[in-house]
Design a protein around this ligand. Sequence first.
Ligand code: PMP
Length: 460
Amino acid sequence: MVIRCSFCGVSSEKSQKIYERKGYSVCSDCLILVREILAEFSKGEVFQGRGRCSFCGEEHSGERLVFRGKNAKICNECVRQGEKEIKGFDSTAAVSSKKSRGEDGLVNSRVRKAIRDLSPYTGPEIECPIKLDGNESPFTLPPDVLDKVLAAITKIPINRYPDPGAVGLRRKLSQITGFPLEGIVLGNGSDELIAMLLITFSGGSGKVLVPMPTFSMFKLSTVALGLEPLSVQLDRYFDIDLGKMLKVLKYNNPDLTFLASPNNPTGNSYSEDRIVGIIENSKGVVVIDEAYTDFCGKSHLPLIDKYENLVVLRTMSKVGFAGIRLGILFARNHLVKEINKVRLPYNINLYSQRIAEVILENLSFVGENIQLVTRERERVFKQLKKIPGIEAFPSDANFILMRVIDAEAVHQELINRGIIVRNFNSPGRLENCLRVTIGTPGENDSFIRALEEIVSPQFS
Ligand code: PMP
């Protein structure tokens, strides 16, 4: 039987040295690596190493630290046990061999410290039959639109560069939104637009303000680009704390402020008067990220007429098209002119341009899917409210944030039942919080049923 390491995926045919327990496996190379990483953890903030070890099944938060890998977690005691049980395990082997020390030297001397200290963006990682962790749409293309997409793809001249300005696609977006063509910039997902904004608008204080908790890429890209992130906690309702934000605006004068409304992972929209308060009191650029706006019907596009410092971001990712990576930026010409200078020439590939055009010519199914997801969100919310021990937060988006008694255990138990949601458990506002994306009605039923089953023994 082929055994795969739950951390790196190597199979037992490649590495005979695998330690197995409770359906999880770890190869000898990963054991060495994990041992070194856990040793590093023990010198730093211990909360990094909390959680339930997949191998012994126990929860650890003190002396015993837990490393979280791709498909499993392992504590230092199980690492030791694995090292003992693997025949011929070389306990003196260390990852910091001569070669890797050379690599470390290069990294330490040439990579900015801010980047070395960053954790990479971790998207959905574990594969489960029911996927409710990525805030994607559960629906693919209807057959008639798929036929049109396929027909369009066959005509694509793959040997040619795409239109650098994606004018055809931008024109369609302009017609649909009523926003001028010159004010629209496209990105390889709104992730790329966030980076473009940070590169463009960092010539003043070099500071970037975000309310927390929010979408992690705002801060991650800020730090990666060598800028200074400033954060202010959201209030107890996850709304903007206007007083604190205004103080930071006044004393730090950030170049950029990012407001995701509806916000991820909290799900709520910010109060309109507070959003306007931020725009009116910012000397820098304010970005309203409307990635989830389709699920609440509110848009800030009309505000661009009034405020020269406002940028609005949207994406096609949440309404069924995450795979084509298409983010859309709206702003006035004086800002767009500068952003376009940092945009890479062919950032939207030919396939994405053509597929998006076909979708925009056939939009009715998208609206129907959005309505269905929105109805399902309300149904799931009501059901969650009925489950003892679950605190569900109201949502304007295509997901719901909830607090459970033990997020690590519930997350793992859902995985055991073939359902993956996103685990946001970390000290502070998101302690024991999980985020579930709204799926098809059947997927949502399975999720609710599984959750009821998992949490009920704690209350009986
Ligand atoms: N903004 C927010 C608030 C998001 O939640 C996400 C996706 N998680 C994005 C932007 C990125 O979207 P895209 O797929 O367009 O890069």
